[in-house]
Design a binder for this molecule. Structure first.
Ligand code: SF4
Length: 187
């Protein structure tokens, strides 16, 4: 740190000093290549943590939501796979769309997705969320959640059984493993 910088540091607030230190560390790590090396070593650990602790939003739209509930019962026990439903979008990383999306609910669903912190994933469960299902071409039903949100996993069926839902989560698990993302410092 040169003299100018240390003089500046003396006149800074704690917040400004912490911001400056953070930028300094980040720039040093990027220019020396240390960030790249740490990211390579730690990405599998972030990925392991992400895929083994998926927190879907506890949000039911229609009849497929009953299968979602059944998947967490004693028989299928989704919790043993680390699938724990959370009631706030700010604590969730999976949006499980489990019913038809009417034109009226679409803005609320989009708002819920936007309130979820990244990294986040979307699962389209059942024919209604994939393509409108029995309401194909209906004027007030959106013809698939992928028309306005990025879908990672599709689970067909009307309704898909709880074991199909668990299989969808296991596929998401494999997708996260393949992506192998996560970084030590923000990109
Ligand atoms: S896919 Fe079938 S079971 Fe699921 S919400 Fe649509 S109509 Fe109901």
């Amino acid at each position: 740190m040169d003299i100018d910088l240390s003089f500046q540091a003396m006149t800074m607030t704690a917040k400004q000093f912490s911001e400056m230190s953070k930028n300094f560390i980040r720039e040093t790590m990027v220019t020396t290549g240390a960030k790249k090396a740490i990211d390579k070593l730690t990405a599998p650990i972030w990925s392991w943590g992400q895929r083994n602790a998926l927190y879907p939003l506890h949000f039911g739209i229609a009849c497929c939501a009953l299968e979602m509930a059944a998947s967490s019962g004693a028989r299928f026990d989704a919790e043993r796979l680390g699938i724990i439903y959370r009631s706030s979008p700010r604590q969730s990383d999976v949006l499980l769309v489990n019913g038809w999306i009417s034109a009226k609910i679409r803005p609320s669903l989009k708002a819920l997705y936007e309130q979820m912190p990244a990294p986040k994933w979307v699962i389209a469960m059942g024919e209604c969320s994939i393509s409108g299902g029995p309401w194909y071409d209906a004027y007030n039903v959106i013809q698939g959640v992928d028309t306005f949100l990025p879908v990672d996993i599709y689970i067909p069926g009307c309704p898909p059984r709880p074991d199909a839902l668990l299989d969808g989560f296991l596929k998401l698990n494999r997708k996260i493993t393949a992506e192998n993302r996560g970084s030590f410092l923000e990109d």
